[in-house]
Design a protein around this ligand. Structure first.
Ligand code: FES
Ligand code: MG
Length: 571
């Protein structure tokens, strides 16, 4: 591409009043004229925020990206977009994923950029930025922030995944509040996002498997020097991508999405992968559906022995070689010719990487677990689908029929769960309604609800739990999630009652409510749609337009791509 044809020259290459304005204010940052004369202008889209502790090192990381961009002959401009701190945002960061994606999309399109580097870390900061960038379609590369180092508590390795274990231990009186204070200081030991195969690590693996990052991006710990080097190299790469006009839509092909699903199965990635990949596909215009997740993951074994499906941490995964040896081992399954940010195929990118520890990354002939991936359930309790992650579930509960104990919403659950008179035992099926996209609103990670104390006291750690919500990527158990249509939309999930029999059959891909059609019809006729929880602002827009989880929970009007062209000037 010639210098004159660059997108940014639609601003800086102009003569007359418009060019004068565009250049003059930019130059006040100390930029000489020649820098604006046709060099690739590269945006660094930064989700740094002290409200997103997982991304708190991103200002430093951006400096390394800049060095790479400058070295390759581009000019870097860093800009902020809305950042989503998973653990602090109420009622849930997921409510704002689509809003942050709008910020990203419009910030990229409206500005004089030729390419973008997305700095992503904590759970939602990856999908929101990739969704937004997909709707503009410039050359785009992702640099992830990297996972935290493994924590240490009382001589044992710990991570943020231990939150669930610690909180149950304290509910059972096995840990005091003082113990919890000590533990919470040990869990998050360094810069970076959660150090297990939770949602953030899953998202980092997703972008690497899609071909949107340099090989090795997912596993390098945040404080490791190699992370800074990768940021520098990514800065160099994006300039090359602009020179070669390699756009995000050239990379995000149907084959790339299928690759990502297969890789996600092999690493035991988070269930949140499903909802985010569907949303990204919707933006780039690839027809991906819920069944594809089962179809492309069912014959892939679990190779990574990482928490929460296994034992090890992201730090161990890095020392074992990270994602490249996983990708290399899947070469007979993957579309090896899918093109990536390097301009080379995913097969070429990963052909030389070794596996240094078969304890952490098992071989395909002797996998860590033959069961992996995401199973998509259908049945009259989830007419348009629900999902379960079998590698995190109890084998004994995969085929089970039990009596429903229904919680109408999260407050109902909190009120009843510790009640010794609650009629529930380990064979019951816990159901939590109204935690879906519209119902909560925002679809929080409460699907892995804690068990009742009287079951825990027996030493039982798992029961079937079903909801229209999500679960943290660090959670585990026999947990059915994303039931659709959600309770707030009506359907059978809205009318299931305590005492109904529920049949789960993971192998048969079924989830059924054993209640007659006549009875269900009667209940549905009496059902009333709950009033909209909010009348104004973004949340009311969200509730009106959010789609169901089986479609990716994007806002209906955000689907697709408006391109990068802006025809009108600002003055
Ligand atoms: Fe940010 Fe886990 S809370 S990655
Ligand atoms: Mg999470």
């Amino acid at each position: 591409m010639s210098k004159k044809e660059r997108r940014s020259q639609g601003w800086f290459g102009k003569t007359g009043k418009d060019g004068l304005i565009y250049r003059s204010w930019f130059k006040k940052q100390g930029i000489p004229t020649h820098e604006l004369g046709g060099k690739p202008i590269i945006g660094i889209c930064n989700t740094w925020s002290e409200l997103t502790p997982c991304n708190s090192h991103f200002r430093e990381l951006a400096e390394f990206v800049k060095k790479g961009i400058l070295e390759a002959g581009g000019y870097p401009v860093e800009f902020p977009v809305m950042s989503l701190g998973e653990t602090v945002m109420k009622p849930t960061a997921m409510l704002y994923r689509n809003l942050a994606s709008m910020d990203t999309e419009e910030s990229i399109r409206a500005n004089p950029l030729d390419g973008v580097v997305l700095l992503c870390g904590c759970d939602k900061t990856t999908p929101s930025l990739v969704m937004g960038a997909s709707s503009v379609n410039l050359p785009t590369i992702v640099v992830s922030g990297g996972p935290m180092l493994t924590g240490r508590y009382r001589g044992a390795d710990v991570s943020t995944s231990d939150i669930w274990r610690f909180s149950e231990a304290s509910r059972q009186g096995k840990m005091t509040q003082e113990d919890l204070y000590v533990a919470e200081s040990a869990l998050c030991r360094s810069d970076g996002h959660c150090g297990v195969m939770g949602t953030a690590s899953t998202m980092a693996c997703m972008v690497e498997a899609l071909g949107l990052s340099l090989p090795g991006n997912a596993a390098i710990p945040a404080p490791d020097t190699a992370r800074k080097v990768l940021a520098h190299m990514s800065g160099m790469e994006i300039v090359k991508m602009v020179e070669n006009d390699l756009k995000i839509s050239d990379i995000l092909t149907r084959e790339a999405f299928e690759n990502a699903i297969m890789v996600n199965a092999a690493i035991g990635g988070s269930t949140n992968f499903v909802i985010h990949l569907l949303a990204i596909a919707g933006r780039i215009g690839i027809n991906l559906n819920l069944e594809d997740f089962d179809r492309f993951s069912s014959n892939i074994p679990l190779l990574a022995n990482l928490q929460p499906s296994g034992k090890y941490f992201m730090e161990d995964f890095y020392y074992a070689g990270g994602l490249p040896p996983v990708i290399r081992q899947l070469k007979d399954h993957l579309h090896s010719s899918a093109i990536t940010v390097t301009g080379k195929s995913i097969g070429e990118n990963n052909e030389r990487f070794e596996n240094f520890n078969q304890e952490v990354i098992a071989t395909i002939d002797s996998p860590f677990n033959p069961i992996s991936g995401i199973v998509v359930l259908k049945g009259n309790l989830c007419e348009t689908g629900a999902i379960i992650k079998p590698s995190a579930a109890s084998p004994s509960l995969m085929k089970h029929t039990g009596k429903a104990v229904v919680f109408e919403d999260i407050d109902d659950y909190k009120q009843k769960i510790d009640d010794p008179d609650l009629d529930i035992d380990e064979n019951s099926v816990m159901i939590l309604k109204n935690v879906g996209p519209k119902g909560y609103p925002g679809m929080p990670e409460v699907g892995n609800m804690g068990l009742p104390p009287k079951v825990l006291e027996k030493g039982i750690q798992d029961m079937i739990r079903i909801s229209d919500g999500r679960m943290s990527g660090t959670g585990f158990g026999t947990i059915v999630l994303h039931a659709t249509p959600e309770a707030a939309e009506g359907g059978n999930f809205a009318v299931v009652q305590t005492g109904d029999m529920i049949a789960l059959d993971v192998e048969g891909r079924r989830l059924d409510l054993l209640v007659s059609e006549e009875e269900l019809a009667k209940r549905k006729a009496a059902w009333r749609k709950p009033a909209a929880p909010v009348e104004r602002g973004y949340v009311s827009l969200y509730v009106k337009h959010v789609e169901q989880a089986n479609l990716g929970a994007d806002l209906d009007f955000l689907k697709g791509n408006s391109g990068s062209e802006v025809t009108k000037d600002s003055h």
